[in-house]
Design a protein around this ligand. Structure first.
Ligand code: C5P
Length: 233
């Protein structure tokens, strides 16, 4: 399948639907995050899933297991294809998320969504980790939380391009690794992304899916930009 997931980081449903209509068939799916979800809600997710789109609902749940299970239940009912939680919520929380996804999908007679975890926010550095009481280095913490994610029965993690190789080595070939921070080789600026890989580099490093926003959504003709990236893989 096409590994490109387009980040619909826009403020309104109209803009998101227009982008999805322009890109459908040229990409593997769409990511709906906190901005669009808070503005347009679950109806926005259903609008896309009812058209057959794969939607990665990027709400990064982090709460007590019972609450996360309920949130995942609601997410599954929107038809989301992939949902996520914070691995730092712990194994009981992650197991509750995975179990809720399986149970709800069974009850609704639909395919179980992939459940993945954020290990460490890529906006954090070693100093920020120490502030919250983590003494390990960044890469050690990312790999440890990836292993905990796998042991808790989840399908994979979101990871920065820099971390993919270590996670792939630690968690094996079947683990899903979703990577933002992608910039095409022919793009001049990197926007606010500090560490980037090209789409082909990220796939070579072991990424399963690439989350790409502005290089596609900000292009003069988004569909052409998506097709160029897909052709580079
Ligand atoms: O526009 P751009 O390609 O930078 O968009 C990347 C998307 O991936 C955005 O939605 C951003 O919030 C998200 N993301 C990221 N880095 C992370 C996690 C998520 O860029 N570590």
């Amino acid at each position: 399948m096409n590994p490109i997931l387009v980040a619909l980081d826009v403020a309104s449903a109209d803009r998101a639907v227009a982008l999805a209509d322009a890109l459908r068939g040229a990409v593997g799916g769409f990511k709906i995050g906190k901005q669009l979800f808070t503005a347009a809600g679950p109806a926005m997710v259903r609008e896309l899933t009812s058209r057959g789109d794969r939607v990665f609902l990027d709400l990064k749940f982090h709460d007590i297991p019972n609450t996360v299970a309920g949130a995942v239940q609601s997410a599954v009912s929107t038809g989301a294809w992939m949902v996520n939680v914070h691995a730092s919520g712990g194994s009981a929380m992650m197991k509750a998320a995975a179990e809720s996804a399986r149970k709800t999908a069974d009850q609704l007679g639909q395919a179980r969504p992939l459940v993945i975890a954020v290990t460490v926010l890529t906006s954090m550095d070693d100093q920020a980790l120490r502030e919250v009481g983590v003494g390990r280095t960044m890469i050690d913490q990312v790999v440890a939380l990836s292993k905990l994610t796998k042991a808790s029965g989840l399908d994979g993690v979101v990871a920065s391009p820099k971390e993919v190789t270590a996670i792939r080595a630690a968690c094996g070939p079947d683990f899903q690794i979703v990577t933002p921070g992608i910039r095409p080789a022919d793009q001049e600026g990197k926007d606010d992304q500090a560490r980037t890989l090209t789409p082909a580099e990220a796939i070579a490093a072991g990424s399963t899916y690439l989350v790409i926003g502005r290089p596609i959504t900000g292009a003069p003709v988004p569909r052409e930009a998506a097709e160029r990236i897909a052709a580079s893989l």
